[in-house]
Design a protein around this ligand. Structure first.
Ligand code: FPP
Length: 245
């Protein structure tokens, strides 16, 4: 799939990715799961580069879910160390390529060195404008919605919101993704066909692209194929085909 087969006027503004299959990929090579995650960082870098070159404005990646705390402690520790090491080594490239880094999820519950490196990277890249990389960390959609409901309840208590008058905008402005447009496209790798508690509110009208490729093998060509698939769909938002003409 070549880049010039894409319609440059219909590049999605926001693409979200569930990076899946690191463990199975590693096992198939006779390696441990962490080797799969380490290799997956190359796929993150390559995908970000491709997305930026295509003009995608936001790229959200599901890096650690609230459910992932149930994994073996050695894998959790390895993932956290990988995150800190990757952030530190990538900051200069993020700055050079004008990539802004944001997070969604309750990051305060991550190890202290992770929180500090994420905050440092967010601060150093805050003025960048080419593309925003959003890392979902200690994230799940239900957890985000619960935290949002609690904030809305606080606003009601303070008289800033009136029960019965809460609108879509009031909810959206309290989600972790406030100021981030909804993704038009969700990609999930490794052949699984699930949303797995990811951006349930925000994906309401997203197109879904599922590929059998394991995340460590995912490259620009696969990203381009996903965008081509997206461009082949007719997005009707509840209307009929005739109404779209
Ligand atoms: C899912 O594969 C992958 C993860 C839970 C972790 C993804 C994290 C990375 C690729 C590293 C991120 C690093 C940065 C800097 C963003 P899996 O382990 O569930 O694979 P399996 O389904 O084959 O077991």
């Amino acid at each position: 799939m070549a880049v010039n087969s894409l319609d440059p006027r219909r590049i999605p503004r926001h693409v979200a990715i569930i990076m899946d299959g690191n463990g199975r990929w590693a096992k198939a090579q006779g390696e441990n799961r962490l080797f799969g995650h380490v290799s997956g960082v190359d796929s993150v870098r390559e995908t970000l580069k491709c997305a930026r070159e295509l003009g995608v404005e936001f790229l959200t990646m599901y890096a650690f879910s609230t459910e992932n705390w149930g994994r073996p402690q050695s894998e959790i520790d390895g993932l956290m160390q990988l995150l800190v090491a990757s952030i530190h080594s990538e900051i200069p490239a993020l700055c050079e390529k004008k990539v802004r880094l944001l997070t969604i999820g309750d990051i305060q519950q991550l190890p202290k060195d992770c929180v500090e490196s994420l905050q440092e990277a967010a601060l150093k890249t805050s003025k960048n404008y080419e593309i925003t990389l959003v890392l979902a960390l200690n994230y799940s959609s239900r957890d985000e919605i619960i935290r949002t409901c609690n904030r809305l309840a606080e606003k009601v208590k303070k008289g800033m919101l009136i029960p019965g008058e809460i609108r879509q905008h009031d909810i959206e402005s309290e989600l972790d993704t406030a100021h981030i447009p909804d993704p038009e496209l969700l990609i999930r790798t490794s052949g699984e066909h699930r949303i797995s508690n990811f951006l349930l509110w925000q994906l309401a009208y997203a197109e879904m692209h599922f590929t059998k490729v394991f995340w460590p093998d995912f490259r620009g060509e696969h990203f381009i194929a996903a965008i081509a698939d997206y461009q082949s769909r007719e997005r009707r938002f509840g209307k009929t085909s005739e109404q779209l003409i």
